[in-house]
Design a protein around this ligand. Structure first.
Ligand code: SF4
Length: 349
């Protein structure tokens, strides 16, 4: 049976008009029940006749991911381990941001990129998520927050913006990524505004060019090393795209005034955190078009990396500013609940 959450608005229209033989106004009604009201049972769609509801229930489902485990951090971060219809596990994280939340979404079960510092990379790749599974994380996250009293039925959504930064490489699930980005800002739906989403990727030029043309989201590039050699050591598969080719593609990524491309730089103690590395990084990036997020690695059992010194992290940031590069040390949220990508699932397995 078809999961209605896997259908874009246009596909839902075809379902209503062609399969159900219903008038067009039913499309908006159904879309609103699915995405704005978050209904999971056809019998709750009270503005639709009983016969129509039964017909839909006979050929379609509304399948949300189930919550397998919840971890709440002292800083307000919430991590949800979700079970998909086939038993596969993924993670999503809700991060407090002013009076609302940012949500970090997974796009694949596992990841094929095998970055050396990443738990998800160690688990390997299992499969892509469908659009319904990607946006189903938002439905589950929003309900979780509403049940806790964050936001209200008539107020703005408790989720303000999204980062595609959970398990998986979003640009390797490009079709479902783009379908989800198109669905997000629609009226009577999740209503997460245009360009309130950021796609975190190790960087694939062809797919980045497609993303740029859609103007639906900005990229955050997982760079983590300022040279091709060092990147190849810690991100061997990502580094198959030469750094100069990636930088050339980013130089052409369309930006609007005040928009910047984010570079994520995970500081690994003694590996990529020296002032020399900061100098190399400053030389690599176009300081007028980027900002750099510095993240201090949290030492994890069984991983061959250590946390950088606090002083070193601050000196690294200062050095980038000295070169005119906008850089921020990102607060590591949810450290006490293992909010780093793939840690909860790794524990569970
Ligand atoms: S850091 Fe991202 S791209 Fe690399 S293995 Fe982990 S999930 Fe995949």
């Amino acid at each position: 049976m078809i999961n209605l959450l896997d259908l874009t608005y246009d596909e839902l229209e075809a379902f209503v008009v062609e399969d159900l033989k219903q008038p067009r106004f039913r499309v908006d009604q159904l879309f609103q029940w699915l995405w704005q009201k978050g209904v999971r049972d056809f019998s709750d769609m009270t503005n639709m006749g009983k016969a129509l509801r039964e017909k839909m229930a006979g050929i379609a489902t509304i399948t949300w991911p189930g919550i397998a485990k919840v971890q709440e951090s002292r800083d307000g971060t919430v991590k949800l381990l979700l079970r998909l219809h086939d038993g596969k596990l993924i993670e999503t994280v809700l991060i407090p941001f002013k009076d609302r939340f940012s949500q970090c979404l997974s796009t694949q079960v596992g990841c094929a990129m095998g970055c050396k510092f990443c738990n998800t990379g160690l688990l390997g790749f299992e499969r892509n998520l469908t659009m319904g599974e990607i946006l189903g994380q938002v439905l589950v996250g929003r309900k979780f927050l509403l049940d806790k009293g964050v936001g209200g039925p008539d107020g703005p959504s408790p989720i303000r913006n999204l980062v595609y930064m959970g398990m998986g490489e979003p640009l390797l699930n490009l079709d479902n990524l783009l379908r989800s980005l198109e669905t997000l800002p629609r009226e009577n739906g999740l209503s997460i505004s245009w360009r309130r989403s950021m796609v975190s990727t190790v960087g694939f030029p062809e797919q980045l060019r497609i993303l740029g043309k859609t103007e639906l989201a900005l990229p955050a590039i997982s760079l983590h090393a300022p040279t091709q050699e060092l990147r190849a050591q810690i991100m061997p598969k990502a580094a198959r795209v030469p750094l100069d080719e990636l930088m050339q593609c980013l130089a052409e990524f369309p930006l609007r005034p005040r928009e910047r491309i984010t570079f994520e730089y995970l500081l690994l103690g003694g590996v990529n955190d020296s002032l020399n590395h900061a100098d190399q990084l400053a030389k690599l990036v176009d300081k007028n078009r980027v900002k750099v997020n510095l993240i201090a690695y949290n030492a994890t059992e069984g991983m061959p990396f250590s946390a950088p010194d606090r002083d070193q992290v601050e000196a690294f940031e200062k050095r980038l500013w000295h070169h005119g590069v906008t850089a921020f040390i990102r607060r590591s949220m949810g450290a006490d609940i293992k909010a780093a990508c793939g840690q909860l699932k790794a524990d569970e397995q």
